[in-house]
Design a protein around this ligand. Structure first.
Ligand SMILES: NC(=O)C1=CN([C@@H]2O[C@H](COP(=O)(O)OP(=O)(O)OC[C@H]3O[C@@H](n4cnc5c(N)ncnc54)[C@H](O)[C@@H]3O)[C@@H](O)[C@H]2O)C=CC1
Ligand SMILES: O=C([O-])CC(=O)C(=O)O
Length: 304
């Protein structure tokens, strides 16, 4: 098995470290900056004897090295700084992404593509249109991260183990995301049975703002530990064909009443990538929120 990660910055390099420690695939890390992926790859490889993993880690500036990848993860691009919206990254990141897609088509045309670069849903849409790959082979990491944040905040609030929580956040990876308390459970108990609406609303507001909250602390960039964890969880589901269901940004073709857009919905992941979209029964209010989120993604799409 082989996974290539494009972009060796905070998200890319941390994802490579986590992937290496998982010990299930050789990893190529690539960046436009000379020396950066080579140095980080060497550093990670030299942790292998200490941590006990045994996969090859290659750092490169040459796309020939990504040949025959099972999965290519795109993290190349700029990250936001305080005061910026994810959409402010679009102009720069779209041209980077399309260049990366051209190189994937040339050097690893059979690969599954996981996009991470922001604004996530617009970048995923552009990647699908540009590559013309089957929609199961191009999808974005977003909802698993947002659900992880929701779950972490719930666990803190009720003082329980994060392991007992299954959270569900749909919609675009931005301010319009749609956390679903009714589909979020603690040991099988739906959240609204455990918490007052005001408490849930407060946690939802913090979940929606979680990326910006971290940008506000870091000042120089955005989150990467939880994002890389989500990348690796989805990668593992594909490589091991586990059929894990998590929310992710996929191309919708009528599901949830939406067409020709990428948006976060529950997806089953296996060896063919995004193998199946799960259609949840939503209340009218939830459906309106999802469609409003789609509208804000469409505004980004109209700019490409
Ligand atoms: N989908 C999600 O949930 C998340 C998305 N992100 C996004 O991921 C992206 C990366 O974030 P970070 O790693 O923190 O940024 P970073 O600035 O630490 O790393 C980005 C890397 O991309 C490289 N790069 C730029 N242009 C390139 C090109 N043409 N080819 C190859 N490499 C290129 C840069 O040299 C840099 O090393 C950002 O757009 C950020 O907004 C970050 C966290 C979560
Ligand atoms: O906030 C950002 O810009 C990075 C990101 O998408 C996240 O951490 O959710």
């Amino acid at each position: 098995m082989k996974v290539s990660v494009i972009g060796s910055g905070n998200v890319g390099a941390t994802a490579v470290q986590r992937l290496a420690e998982l010990d299930i695939a050789d990893v190529v890390m690539l960046d436009i900056v000379e020396g950066l992926p080579q140095g980080k790859a060497l550093d990670i490889a030299q942790a292998a004897p200490i941590m006990g993993f045994n996969v090859d880690i290659t750092g490169s500036n040459d796309y020939a090295d990504i040949c025959d990848s099972d999965i290519v993860v795109i993290t190349a691009g700029i990250a936001r700084k305080p005061g910026m919206d994810r959409n402010d990254l679009l102009a720069t990141n779209i041209s980077i992404t399309l260049d990366v897609c051209d190189n994937i088509m040339r050097h690893s045309p059979e690969a599954i593509i996981m996009t991470v670069t922001n604004p996530l849903d617009v970048i995923t849409y552009a990647s699908i249109k540009h590559t013309q790959f089957d929609r199961g082979r191009v999808f974005g990491m977003s909802g698993l991260l947002d659900s992880g944040r929701f779950a972490s905040l719930i666990a803190k609030e009720i003082n329980c183990s994060v392991r007992d929580i299954n959270a569900m956040v749909l919609g675009g990876h931005g301010d319009s995301m749609v956390p679903l308390p009714e589909y979020t459970t603690v040991s099988g108990i739906p959240l609204p049975e455990l918490m007052e609406k005001e408490t849930i609303d407060r946690i939802i507001r913090r979940t929606v703002n979680a990326g910006a909250e971290i940008v506000g602390h870091l000042k120089t960039g955005s989150a990467f530990y939880a994002p890389s964890a989500a990348i690796v969880s989805m990668t593992e589901a594909i490589l091991k064909d586990t059929k894990k269901i998590v929310p992710a940004s996929v191309y919708l073709n009528g599901e949830y009443g939406l067409k020709d857009i990428c948006l976060g919905v529950p997806v089953k992941f296996g060896k063919r990538g995004a193998e199946e979209i799960i259609e949840l029964k939503l209340t009218e209010e939830q459906m309106i929120a999802l469609h409003n989120s789609a509208e804000s993604v469409r505004m980004g799409i109209s700019r490409i």
